[in-house]
Design a protein around this ligand. Structure first.
Ligand code: NAD
Length: 386
């Protein structure tokens, strides 16, 4: 069976933010806005206040990269107190994931960590209806505006894990590339790598299917054609727009397939070191491909040709084996330096922690890879990324 499912109505394009008032009005007049702290006291915050003039608005900006469960619990209490009709999540993936999790806790009670998926303990189910949620991404990376995931970090244990439910898709997404114009070059590169990773991992993983392939192939092409342009010139509106689209398409790819080994390792690395999400993927993906080959050769070869069409006359094996170097060189070029796991503070003595967290919270990601590592192999693979 093949299933297409995305309950989010997505509007992408320059200035789509202007449509916000009509969308909000359809849901009510008490609005809880979860906002990336980058926009606190900014012209964008003023603009949202102007657009929603006359409504009861509460802004909540306690959002950290790799969002913490205690900030979510605090935001949920405020949202509940306001008796909000609708939640807006505006910012990078961290703000949108915070908004999704606040929605769960504000309506269902308990604490955010009760709802995560893990091999340890029982996950609490979402039983009560959620509030309508509008996602407004300001980075081009996670695609969270069109996924069933909210990735959160336990502030006490530093474990990172995911709330996964069809109920937490946003109702609406407004993907306005103009909101990404201020993203600095390095963050543009790292978030772009995340968008690519969603398309790529969905394409090579065991859950790939006709629907996810549509999104994966288009998304990888958009990344290959635009990431260098947008990193060279952050004011290139067309390239920003194409990367915003690539990001949402990446979200749709994982919605219809899933992430696998690079995300399994990356999420655990971020839990242990607080590495930014895109960086955590960039430091392992080329090595993961090297380690995985010759498994999954055909799709690695096809991906290599998206970046370098001139490889088309080589054998499939030559194309596939070219991919790790293509990715490594491209990532270093757009980021502006070569980064490794050591750049994010990972040391030999913490490798076991990353392995344990990957197997506990991201076992599914590991299992969907074309080559599935055991604990010893994962340790070695991570060591090779130091
Ligand atoms: P982020 O949201 O953490 O933002 C990165 C930095 O960029 C922050 O400092 C933020 O303040 C800043 N920023 C955001 N918008 C900006 C703008 N327009 N101008 C300048 N600065 C801006 O980074 P992200 O990569 O977007 O999100 C990462 C989080 O999303 C991680 O926790 C990751 O695990 C999660 N994630 C979620 C999904 C999902 O489907 N829910 C998928 C992938 C990743």
């Amino acid at each position: 069976m093949k299933t297409f499912f995305c309950p989010t109505m997505v509007d992408c394009g320059k200035d789509v933010l202007e449509t916000l008032p009509d969308i909000v009005r359809a849901y009510g007049s008490k609005v809880f806005v979860v906002m990336d702290p980058f926009f606190q006291d900014s012209p964008l915050q003023d603009k949202i206040a102007d657009l929603l003039n006359g409504m009861d608005i509460v802004f909540y900006a306690k959002v950290q990269p790799n969002p913490r469960d205690n900030d979510i619990n605090e935001g949920a209490a405020l949202c509940h107190e306001q008796n909000a009709d609708v939640i807006i999540g505006m910012g990078g993936g961290s703000a949108i994931d915070t908004a999704k999790a606040i929605n769960v806790v504000a309506t269902n009670g308990g604490e955010a960590w009760d709802f995560v998926r893990s091999t340890e303990g029982t996950k609490r189910q979402i039983e009560k209806p959620l509030l309508p949620l509008i996602a407004i991404p300001t980075t081009s990376g996670t695609g969270s505006e069109a996924t069933r995931y909210s990735v959160i970090t336990n502030h006490l244990t530093h474990a990172k894990a995911t709330i996964k439910s069809d109920l937490i898709f946003p109702n609406r997404a407004l993907c306005d590339p103009m909101l990404t114009m201020t993203v600095p070059r390095k963050t543009t590169a790292l978030t772009g790598i995340d968008a690519f990773a969603h398309c790529f991992e969905s394409y090579i993983g065991s859950k790939a299917n006709d629907f996810s392939d549509l999104f994966s192939l288009k998304g990888m092409k958009l990344f290959a054609e635009n990431i260098e342009k947008v990193c060279a010139d952050g004011n290139d509106v067309q390239a920003r727009e194409n990367m915003a689209l690539c990001s949402t398409i990446g979200g749709l790819s994982i919605t219809h397939s899933a992430t696998n080994l690079p995300h399994g390792i990356g999420q655990a690395l971020s839990g242990v070191t607080d590495a930014p999400h895109g960086g955590s993927i960039a430091v392992c993906m080329p090595q993961v491909v090297r380690w995985t080959l010759p498994q999954g050769m055909k799709r690695f070869a096809e991906t290599a040709c998206i970046f370098k069409p001139e490889l088309k006359d080589l054998s499939e094996e030559e194309q596939a084996y070219a991919l790790p170097d293509i990715l490594e060189e491209l990532f270093s070029r757009i980021i502006g330096e070569k980064i490794t796991m050591a750049s994010y503070g990972l040391t030999e003595d913490k490798i076991d922690d990353v392995v344990k967290m990957a197997f506990t919270s991201y076992h599914g990601d590991l299992s969907r890879s074309p080559r599935v590592p055991n604990e010893e192999e994962l340790k070695e693979l991570i060591r090779s990324c130091l």
